[in-house]
Design a protein around this ligand. Structure first.
Ligand code: 13P
Length: 250
């Protein structure tokens, strides 16, 4: 069975609620493709207005983060229950910006993955190497370690439902995309890791995205690769170009 492609925007820390509503309206006629799942992962404050604005459309909403506890004295944090109640379906976990700027470790990210799954949210689990790691030839070992650590305690059935995003750090926001062969090599290796941890069936089902300067010009070649099931898009998700990525097959 062919895996359905999933194109997700990661808006990062962009778009006020007013701007968010306007962007959803601009994109609405451009992101209709029945063969693709479309997700907007938006800042916490935009979740409620964006859920409202996409109602009745093909677009689902994702969060960019969640906390590992259900409730209580965790000033500034947002729980999985809050996200679910607001209509969120996906949550980005382990983006390199959170690992780098907020010190999130694999052990902590594993707890986030488990919490998201417990509450019925689909994790978009990010992994990726630095330029130094790529040049040192340790990319595949590093990604393998991230995936194995972040998925501790996740069942095969749960793993089959998640999305993994391979995002080489050197390609994020730099305009420097991995070549389609580089991206395929790592996405294929991730699928092999999943087969190793679980089984061939789970590996066949799990969806793996590429992220890092994906745009209207390079998406077609990347998405044609056998193990690339979608994209996690930063900068180009804030522009009408996002519609061209969603319709890469037209
Ligand atoms: P850019 O598409 O801006 O490179 O960002 C990629 C990314 O980090 C998506 O999560």
């Amino acid at each position: 069975m062919a895996r359905k492609k999933i194109i997700a925007g990661n808006w990062k820390m962009n778009m006020t609620p007013t701007e968010a509503k306007a962007l959803v309206e601009t994109l609405a006629p451009l992101v209709q493709n029945p063969d693709v799942d479309v997700v907007y992962c938006v800042p916490a404050i935009d979740i409620v207005p964006v859920v409202e604005a996409v109602k009745g459309s093909n677009v689902e909403v994702g969060a960019e983060n969640l906390y590992i506890e259900d409730k209580g004295a965790f000033t500034g944090e947002i729980s999985a229950n809050m996200l679910v109640d607001a209509g969120v379906k996906y949550v980005i976990i382990g983006h390199s910006e959170r690992r780098q700027y907020f010190g999130e470790t694999d052990e902590f990210l594993n707890k986030k993955v488990l919490k998201a799954l417990e509450k019925g949210l689909t994790p978009i689990l990010c992994c990726g190497e630095t330029l130094e790691q790529r040049e040192a030839g340790v990319t595949l070992d590093w990604i393998n370690l991230q995936i194995k650590s972040d998925l501790q305690g996740v069942t095969a059935e749960q793993a089959a439902s998640i999305v993994i995003a391979y995002e080489p750090i050197w390609a994020i926001g730099t305009g420097k995309t991995a070549t389609s062969d580089q991206a395929q090599e790592v996405c294929g290796a991730i699928r092999k890791t999943i087969a190793e941890i679980y089984d061939a069936d789970t590996a066949e089902k799990i969806r793996i995205q590429y992220g890092g300067s994906m745009n209207a010009g390079n998406c077609k070649e990347l998405l044609a690769k056998p193990d690339i099931d979608g994209g996690l898009i930063g900068g180009a998700a804030l522009k009408p170009d996002f519609g061209q990525i969603v319709n890469y097959d037209k």
